[in-house]
Design a protein around this ligand. Structure first.
Ligand code: F0G
Length: 466
């Protein structure tokens, strides 16, 4: 038989794993969801997970571990000091990320605390490619001031620039000219940039930043929470990297930096864990002394031996090209469905989730009426899908003036846990978002009735405007 159009035939991908165990989900009724979200003060962080059908609150600590990781848990060496699992973790960090020293921490913010306390003095400026909530707060608590040096495109949800996580070198130069290099201990570079919509930084940009800052002695500390996902975008989009694998690109990214904080709850496919990695011995000495105060001994940092074993195995699995192809492929699959229904989302589609542009979705609401928070509550009401606000509530208040920050991006994040949901779940999510979009004109804003001092988005409470 003649074979036609062989070249144009669809080439599907599939998950590079099969399912060995399942966790049953609870379905809820609209009345149950009404009650649950009201009791949660219209804050999806305050919902009970039992009341959630598909949980897209975060990709943090929500991954499905592999059978090898579960087996690794059984190999936990729960000694107080010098656990075998610490040395496995240290070996993985050295080989895969190239750093000389590693200090385990209970999660990413533990590492942020250590590096902030070790390097920041009152009056210091810490430039970064957009803020992350916990990272910025630790910098401020150490006496520093965060300065956003991400390119302007990152603040524009409609810009389709392929590397919206890039740093604007002119903004860095201006900070050096204004404050002097001595006031800038390091630049915090995130891969991928969470608050911008999971957007990657290019290696060209990182290399140029290194060239600019090295003569001034300004260090680069990587927030490597999603570094493997960033590497995927470099492979896909950056000239000269198509034939490199994720592991090689990750190693190259790390080689351009002096150290890194890692929330292993993302890339590394574990439910808890993190670390601080460093090349400089004296900073390592300082941080490994501090870790004893805040986390635990420097060979466990608040983790059980078994957690470090699962992390060491997760690091290897996270760097497999096939894993990343399916991981990002699933996010793109959901995003493309929403685009087909004209739902406004941040473009290009990012690494760890779909970010809905709440300002375009709900043009009837002012930012003070918390459009993203209101939209996240509506989506839960529609289908039991839990998402997260990443807008004015998350942005908090200016640490000096106490006034609300008004971020350019007012987003609802549909964060996709790794290896957890199927394409059928993605279809259900897309249909729910589309339904809410069709009824968007009826959606009202919220009033904040309780506001915690730190990281208010976690625990703030709201009522519905009438
Ligand atoms: N850096 C980035 C880029 C993050 O996304 C997170 C956590 C952290 C640091 C802090 O790590 O949670 O382990 O202490 N992000 C989660 C999220 C909470 O939902 O985006 P952690």
């Amino acid at each position: 038989m003649e074979r036609k159009n062989v070249k144009t035939r669809k080439q599907s991908w599939a998950e590079p794993y099969k399912i060995k165990m399942v966790e049953l989900l609870k379905m809820t009724t609209p009345a149950q969801r009404q009650k649950a979200i009201r009791e949660a003060g219209y804050n999806t962080f305050l919902l009970k997970s039992e009341d959630v059908y598909i949980d897209l609150l975060t990709d943090s600590g929500t991954s499905a571990m592999s059978d090898r990781q579960w087996a690794g848990l059984m190999l936990g060496d729960e000694a107080y000091a010098g656990s075998r699992n610490f040395y496995h973790l240290e070996d993985a960090v050295k080989r895969r990320y190239g750093y000389k020293y590693v200090i385990p921490t209970h999660q990413g913010r533990g590492a942020e605390n250590l590096i902030s306390k070790s390097l920041i003095k009152p009056g210091h400026i810490i430039p970064g490619n957009m803020y992350f909530t916990t990272t910025r707060l630790h910098q401020e608590l150490a006496g520093g001031t965060f300065a956003d040096v991400i390119i302007d495109d990152a603040h524009d949800p409609e810009s389709d620039f392929p590397f919206k996580g890039n740093i604007d070198l002119n903004k860095v130069k201006a900070l050096i000219a204004k404050h002097g290099a001595a006031k800038i201990p390091y630049i915090c570079v995130a891969t991928t940039v969470n608050m911008a919509g999971g957007q990657p930084i290019s290696l060209t940009n990182l290399k140029a930043l290194r060239k600019l800052t090295l003569p001034y002695g300004i260090k680069i500390i990587l927030d490597m929470t999603r570094v493997a996902e960033n590497a995927w975008f470099i492979k896909e989009r950056e000239k000269g990297y198509a034939n490199k694998n994720i592991a090689e690109i990750v190693l190259e990214i790390c080689s351009l930096t002096d150290g890194a904080t890692m929330s292993a709850k993302k890339d590394c496919l574990v439910n808890i864990g993190g670390f601080l990695a460093l090349n400089d011995e004296s900073i390592y000495q300082e941080a490994s002394n501090l870790v004893v105060v805040y986390e635990g001994l420097h060979t466990y940092g608040g983790l059980a031996g078994r957690d470090m074993e699962a992390m060491a195995i997760g690091i290897e699995e996270s760097l497999q090209d096939e894993h990343m192809k399916a991981r990002i492929g699933q996010v793109v699959y959901l995003g493309e469905q929403l685009l087909r229904c004209d739902v406004p989302i941040v473009q290009p589609i990012g690494g760890h989730g779909i970010f809905i542009d709440a300002l375009r979705f709900l043009p009837q609401l002012k930012q003070d009426q918390f459009p993203a928070q209101a939209l996240a509550a509506e989506l839960y009401l529609d289908s039991g899908v839990r998402s997260m606000e990443r807008g004015i509530v998350s942005a908090g208040r200016d640490s000096k003036t106490g006034k609300n920050n008004y971020p350019a991006l007012e987003l609802v994040r549909l964060t996709i846990p790794r290896r957890v949901y199927t394409q059928a779940h993605m279809d259900v999510i897309a249909e729910s978002v589309e339904r809410v979009y069709r009824n968007r004109s009826k959606i009202k804003g919220l009033n904040m009735v309780f506001e915690p001092k730190y990281l208010r988005f976690f625990q703030a409470r709201f009522t519905k405007s009438v």
